[in-house]
Write a protein that binds this ligand. Structure first.
Ligand code: ADP
Ligand code: MG
Length: 695
């Protein structure tokens, strides 16, 4: 037994440095694109495939294909003038001529000369009736060199400047056999047959080296299926903790309801009433609530969450409020503290910036039940923090927090009630894959008396107009946000680029305005002071990064000026815009941008033309696809590498059926025959999922 349980080294874990065709430089380039092991390498999937025809006479090259041909160089020319410098050569065989163009090809002047016989390979385009190749691969050959005989169907990989698709293809080709030997199929044969899926090993071979398009398609279908079913299984494992009677049953009566309402300085909207009613029903049920509270920015989600928190505290349980960023956590903390001033409720803030020493003390008080509401970032999820009696978890902007942490929380507190708030409406297919086990409440009406936010898009040349608006509003007693363009330059830190922008503005367009920087790298105290000063009107305008995107709530701010707006995503812009129009004054959002791509222009136009968060989310999804839509890379949501969820509804449905069936027979996936499935989920979701589900 001991022998069997000794881990056999996983061949797929082999580091890139040890792979064939990979030296130190290549290894570094591979690590840059996230490939650190053999396993990563074979999960680096092609983005497309191309037919490559066998070597042909020039006259038979077909337009739009990758072609191979040879001929004698009859003329060369180097053009250094305007535009990109280029080297041109003409190849001729018995009947025809082929033009070659090499951009930046100065180095070819000493290498390619008339009389040489070249074999070239590249994309063929007909231009004025003549075939042409731009930047083809080339080699000098002797006249009698044999033809390249096989036509090929080749993978095209997402390439970088240093790593071409061909290089990636060659590296994968050299290591594929070894990798395939390390692949174990977790999927029971019955499912493979029923769903007409190819084996995992075949799928990995054919996604990289398919014989034709059908094989590539079948391979992709299998791998997509794996992604979808593992997500469904992971969600299903979470549900295991969701038995009736497994959650605290809370009580609420009219008196408590009245006391809670008295805390709000406003009447609740109809939509808030309805959501609260649904939540209260959940809290009373004894079954763990899993509810997604969806509502556009400014619709008043926080009040709803606070109501639920206070019910929890009145029931002598603790509440935790998790926010994706520190600023947002601090903001929530301040809002709650203000609303609960003069009450018995003890609130504390826990972020990664909370000093270790005071955090230790805090952890003790949380464990002793002396803290009633803990507000924080992911720091709250640390193992060292245990709650005495956690009854409710509220997560703001869940999609930024990720499924992993969610699973961890569920496990840690057994079955607390769980409320997720999001301002990003979640399309149906994504909802089915990520939030399959959630009930939905929607705030479809905002607080009354809100001013619409007018949105303008100005070009860089009109920036004076933009700053003029900022000055006008400030002169009228209002305040402004100025979002600095995102820096692409790695060397320029967030703090430096914000500081630089503050300097530029205060010595120029906004010299008479009280400006202050706000960005993620500032120490918490400074951030808090800055926010407090802004809220108190001591600062006219915040010059900030997108960290102000979520949650910040200062009703007197009426201008949102976003510089370099073309560099931001649509949903992000919408969130930023949601920071103004929160009070009684008319507000405006100014997008300052000279977009270089048509996609960016489309985003800006969309923002100008609609205010509906739903429409925006929809458009965003269409423009960018689901992975980008959720901004998953930064935010920890497991990314589907291949699945395009909005197009794969049918396969998603099948995967869900199969997952339900597997879990039906073995709810915790603990049976020995399911060990392979467990390993697969752990691979996809990492250790924390393992902790939650199998811990
Ligand atoms: P969200 O989190 O959905 O973006 P918030 O909960 O931050 O929205 O609410 C936005 C603003 O509206 C806050 O200033 C809040 O105090 C205020 N607010 C919330 N509900 C109401 C209401 N029913 N009536 C008036 N103002 C409200
Ligand atoms: Mg909010």
């Amino acid at each position: 037994m001991t022998l069997a349980s000794t881990a056999v080294a996983d061949p797929l874990a082999k580091p890139v440095e040890e792979l064939r065709e990979v030296g130190p430089a290549r290894a570094a380039q591979l690590r840059k694109i996230g490939v650190t092991s053999l396993g990563d390498l074979i999960n680096y999937f092609p983005r497309d495939y191309q037919h490559e025809s066998e070597e042909r006479p020039i006259g038979l090259l077909s337009d739009g294909q990758i072609g191979i041909a040879r001929g004698e160089v009859t003329a060369v020319n180097y053009i250094a003038g305007r535009g990109r410098p280029r080297f041109e050569a003409t190849l001729a065989d018995e009947q025809n001529r082929l033009c070659l163009v090499f951009f930046h090809g100065a180095y070819l002047r000493t290498k390619v000369h008339p009389g040489l016989i070249l074999r070239v390979r590249g994309p063929v385009r007909y231009f004025r009736g003549l075939p042409q190749m731009v930047n083809p691969k080339w080699e000098a050959v002797v006249a009698e060199a044999p033809r390249v005989a096989d036509a090929k169907f080749r993978a095209v990989y997402p390439a970088t400047e240093k790593l071409s698709s061909e290089t990636i293809e060659r590296i994968i080709g050299a290591n594929l056999t070894e990798a395939l030997a390390g692949i174990r199929d977790w999927c029971p044969g019955g499912i493979l047959g029923k769903r007409k899926l190819v084996s995992l090993r075949q799928a990995y071979r054919d996604i990289h080296q398919p014989g034709d398009r059908n094989q590539a398609r079948a391979a992709r279908r299998r791998l997509v299926y794996d992604e979808l079913i593992s997500m469904q299984l992971a969600l299903g494992l979470n549900r295991r903790f969701m038995q009736p009677g497994s959650a605290p049953m809370m009580r609420i009566d009219r008196n408590l309801d009245r006391r809670i309402r008295a805390r709000f300085p406003f009447e609740l909207t109809g939509a808030q009433e309805k959501a609260i009613w649904q939540i209260v029903a959940d809290l009373q049920s004894g079954r763990p609530m899993k509810r997604l509270l969806q509502g556009d920015v400014g619709s008043g989600k926080t009040a709803v969450a606070l109501y639920a928190m206070l019910v929890t505290v009145a029931n002598k349980m603790q509440g935790a409020l998790l926010a994706p960023t520190e600023v947002l956590a601090e903001q929530h903390y301040l809002v709650l503290s203000r609303l609960l001033r003069d009450s018995q409720v003890k609130i504390e803030l826990v972020t990664s910036r909370t000093k270790q020493k005071s955090r230790d003390g805090l952890a003790e008080r949380i464990a002793a039940g002396e803290v009633h509401i803990a507000v924080g970032t992911q720091a709250l999820l640390q193992k060292s923090i245990e709650f005495a009696n956690l009854g409710l978890i509220v997560v703001d902007e869940q999609h930024r927090l990720g499924v992993l942490q969610r699973a961890y929380l569920t496990c840690k507190a057994r079955s607390p009630h769980y409320l997720v708030m999001t301002a990003t409406p979640i399309p149906r297919t994504l909802a089915l894959s990520y939030f399959a086990d959630f009930d939905l409440s929607t705030l479809d009406e905002g607080p009354p008396g809100r001013q619409a936010v007018g949105t303008r898009w100005l070009r860089g040349s009109q920036s004076a107009q933009a700053y003029g608006t900022v000055r006008q509003e400030i002169a009228a007693g209002r305040q402004a946000y100025i979002v600095v363009p995102r820096v692409e330059d790695d060397d320029l830190s967030e703090s430096k680029s914000v500081a630089k922008h503050v300097r530029t503005l205060s010595s120029g367009a906004l010299s008479d305005v009280k400006l202050a920087p706000l960005h993620g790298q500032m120490p918490t105290e400074i951030k808090q002071q800055t926010m407090a000063a802004f809220r108190d009107g001591k600062i006219d305008a915040l010059v900030a990064t997108t960290m102000i995107e979520v949650g910040i709530d200062v009703p007197n701010a009426t201008v949102m000026l976003i510089e370099g707006a073309d560099r931001f995503g649509l949903s992000q812009l919408h969130q930023l815009r949601g920071r103004v129009g929160r009070g009684e004054h008319p507000s405006q959002c100014i997008l300052l941008a000279d977009p270089v791509t048509s996609g960016a222009a489309a985003r800006l136009e969309a923002l100008v033309s609609t205010r509906s968060g739903f429409e925006i989310a929809d458009m965003d999804l269409r423009l960018r696809g689901p992975g980008e839509f959720f901004g998953t890379r930064q935010h920890g949501l497991p990314e589907f590498k291949l699945a395009e969820v909005e197009n794969e509804f049918e396969l998603l449905r099948l995967a869900k059926q199969d997952a339900d069936q597997l879990l039906g027979g073995d709810p915790g996936l603990i049976k020995r025959e399911n060990a392979g499935i467990r390993a697969m989920i752990r691979r996809q979701f990492g250790v924390s999922m393992g902790l939650a589900a199998f811990g």
